[in-house]
Design a protein around this ligand. Structure first.
Ligand code: SF4
Ligand code: SF4
Length: 174
């Protein structure tokens, strides 16, 4: 059996306070809780007071290439930009990329030892727009994607293998 962790998002309850962004970025800061910066958060709130909508979006997979097709959503007669609700860290935009390194960001459900009772964005959402659920499903536990590997891969693509190797060698000596 594998454990599936689910964050349920109730858009109607989100008031755009962005507490989820603040705590997520603080949890992932180095050192932990040393700073907050929404651009480092693995959850971003699509914030549009004019259209009266706030949609929390959790960072999903990294992708090397932009989609060839795009989606356009109309909700309550209001049209939203292409890519608005997409979870991917992708080359077409800055969303879900670390602002300093450019590395992709992905929600890791606040993995921690010992495990947290609930992810932090859920704990900090006082409007109950985010709620947490765990369930068991048939099948093997998936092998965890190695974030370091994804990060290294994207650095190699950006700067070339030699530059990355040289930098690592230099850092190891420091
Ligand atoms: S903390 Fe909750 S209410 Fe506030 S922006 Fe995030 S999801 Fe919305
Ligand atoms: S579950 Fe944790 S890592 Fe994922 S968005 Fe919420 S606070 Fe960030």
């Amino acid at each position: 059996m594998k454990k599936v962790k689910v964050i349920k998002i109730d858009v109607d309850k989100c008031n755009g306070c962005r507490a989820c962004e603040a705590i997520c970025s603080a949890f992932h800061a180095e050192p932990k809780y040393s700073s907050t910066n929404p651009e480092r958060s693995r959850i971003r709130v699509l914030w549009d007071p004019l259209r009266d909508i706030y949609v929390p979006v959790l960072a999903g997979e990294y992708t090397e290439a932009e989609c060839n097709g795009r989606d356009i959503y109309t909700i309550d007669g209001k049209v939203y930009d292409e890519c608005s609700f997409c979870r991917a860290s992708c080359p077409s935009r800055d969303l879900f990329k670390d602002p300093d390194s450019g590395l992709p960001l992905k929600c890791d459900m606040c993995e921690e030892e010992p495990p947290l009772p609930e992810p932090l964005c859920v704990q900090w959402c006082l409007s109950d727009a985010l709620t947490y659920e765990e369930r068991e499903e048939e099948g093997e536990e998936e092998e965890k994607t190695d974030e370091m590997e994804i990060g290294l891969e994207s650095l190699v693509k950006k700067h070339g293998a030699k530059a990355v190797k040289d930098t690592l060698a230099r850092l190891a000596k420091e």
